[in-house]
Design a protein around this ligand. Sequence first.
Ligand code: ADP
Length: 436
Amino acid sequence: MNNAISYERWRLLLMLVSIVAIGLLTDNWIVAILLPSALYIIWSFYQLYALERWLRKGAVKKKAPDSGGAWGEIVQHIYRRQLAAAKSKKRLSSMLTRFNTTISALPDATVILNPSFEIEWANKAAREVLGIDRRRDIGQRIDNLIRNPDFQRLLNKKRNKKQKNLEMPSPLNPADTISVRLVRYGKGSDQYLLLARDISERIEAQKTRKAFIANASHELRTPLTVISGYLEIMQSAPELCEEMQEPVRAAAEQAHRMQQIIIHLLELSRLESAELAESEGERVDVPEILSNISSTFSLAGDDGSHMINLDVDPALHLLAKEEEVHSVCLNLINNAVKYTPPGSTVDVRWYQNSMGQACLDVEDDGYGIAPEHLAHVTERFYRIDDGRSSETGGTGLGLAIVKHILTRHGGWLWVDSTLGEGATFRACFPKSRVLS
Ligand code: ADP
């Protein structure tokens, strides 16, 4: 049995003995019962008072009252619990301070938003990147402080998406560019974390790189045209001796290839330099483009042995840049012909899918693409088989151009293939660009 309880039993026993002794001595049993009981009650009240005073004055800091018996045990229990709670509070508070210092030291702006997009917390960098002051702006709606329309759209678009990104001009200096990321988190995913960083330097470096590629390609174009011209003249000159014929032919072929690369590089830098607005473009008769490309291949194809099957919705037209749509169709069909052995069939389908998007499927039964290459074929200069690509006059830029054009038009490119069994390329344009 608990020590305190047995101690209390002895106390009660002593009280009973006192009652009996006083009763026998005085023969007044009322006094005999009341006197020890009153003393016991007064003593208990005193213990209660001491305990309440100790708790009121901050139990852990002050010395615990020196109570005996059950009261002492109760005081000890409370003291131990208070001590453990104080320790865990101290640990939590130091963790919170460390967490606050770490997040405050992050170079990226970090802002915590509630479900109504009101600011709950922001770190120091938020002031430098977004102009949000955590003391001044807490409780304000973020879209009242950052009034960029793209940012407002980002907040209101698809609330079910876990993470959304945007690159936009800095609210502090429109000449700078910032990258903004909105992440949903928390129970029920109704809290938002807004992360932002200044990416002006990266954008500047990208601009310099693009300008360099565009300038270098432009500068190389003229001398290459001259070289190609002379090589062509030399090839057809009757006085060219026999041993020089092969080197001149090879040089002309390489010069032609370099010209193709330059044309593609210039096309890419043109695509990168101009944005395309959502409703920009003209009516493009895609069925006609496909029919022209297919007849060019049947007339002048490698050896005329590829079959191109057209399955086209004649009424499906696009609001787009005609030259660019032509480039998408030509690159995809050209690849299907290049990467299939003679005698193969290429199926071309132009249709509206169940979501209303206008899609071009180009399916071949050629060499196909191994799974590890599928994700990379749209990268610049990515060639799976350098030899085969060079043989067929490939530049490694065709699919990069296709992807760029589709992205500019709000569309997407999908590739599926089994090695040795052929490949299917699907290029889709959004419903908003469909004209029937
Ligand atoms: P290239 O000018 O070399 O054809 P692309 O960008 O058009 O460059 O294509 C990149 C690479 O993807 C090609 O080198 C080729 O290896 C592969 N590829 C593209 N289309 C097909 C296809 N229909 N079948 C098999 N491989 C393909």
